[in-house]
Design a protein around this ligand. Structure first.
Ligand code: PGA
Length: 249
């Protein structure tokens, strides 16, 4: 994994044909040294297609969720070994839609994190506060609580990337200010220094430059604006420029 990491969370979008076309466009327009900064998280149904489409490139492929157990009576779930069978090495965990729309508690998310890491998956672990929590001045406490499961997994930190995604900024067009982003990233880094931290929440081609110029930000997790290959490709290029990654090494 190369920093900055620009991750696309497609959520419940794209069929296999659309996924293939996206990958083809991206690969056609970005050189390999840029593609090594890209992670794609398609829905489960497109994982195999995307793994095949990017096989000759350094693009990373991630699931959007994963159960912590190896197998069992868990209707609707998939395990780390099932992802491994598809040659998928990464998963998102704790995304705010999982926490707040589907009711995954801190405890459940922690079990998923532990299970996934122990089974060898690499994890983009998402944390973030709701608007009510921010307005109550509880942002740092909420994030610290969500990050607590990491404490007993220090030996696996090298397989984790964190994503700070304020719930109120996801899919709302309402992006956090650079001061708000930098502040929370600093708090996260102070306790988890060696783990990269991405920012997510209404990142788009217009704001990615200033967000990525923050030294506290190691990359972006992009939802809505990642669905269009042209836009996504422009955001990768803008991020690398902001971080001073040379166009021509
Ligand atoms: P958004 O989603 O970019 O559409 O706000 C980000 C995410 O959910 O990871």
């Amino acid at each position: 994994m190369k920093l900055p990491l620009i991750a696309a969370n497609w959520k419940m979008h794209k069929n296999r044909k659309e996924a293939r076309e996206f990958c083809r466009t991206l690969i056609e327009h970005l050189p390999s040294r840029h593609l090594q900064h890209v992670l794609l998280a398609p829905p489960f149904t497109c994982l195999e297609t995307v793994v095949e489409a990017v096989a000759a490139t350094p693009i990373l492929v991630s699931a959007q969720n994963c159960h912590g157990e190896t197998h069992g009576a868990f209707t609707g779930e998939v395990s780390a070994s099932m992802l491994d069978d598809l040659r998928v090495e990464w998963t998102l965990l704790g995304h705010s839609e999982r926490r707040h729309v589907f009711g995954e508690s801190d405890d459940l998310v922690a079990k998923r994190l532990e299970g996934a890491l122990k089974q060898g998956l690499k994890v983009v672990f998402c944390v973030g506060e709701t608007l009510a929590e921010r307005e109550a001045g509880r942002t740092e406490a909420v994030v610290a609580q969500q990050l607590q499961p990491l404490d007993k997994m220090r030996d696996l930190w090298q397989n984790i990337v964190l994503a700070y995604e304020p719930v109120w900024a996801i899919g709302t067009g309402r992006v956090a200010t650079t001061e708000q982003i930098a502040q929370v990233h600093r708090v996260i880094r102070s306790a988890h220094g060696s783990i990269p931290v991405l920012y997510g929440g209404s990142v788009n081609p217009g704001n990615i430059g200033e967000i990525m110029r923050l030294p506290e930000v190691d990359g972006a997790l992009i939802g809505g604006a990642s669905l269009d290959a042209g836009k996504f490709q422009a955001m990768v290029a803008e991020s690398l420029k902001a971080k001073g990654v040379s166009e021509h090494p």
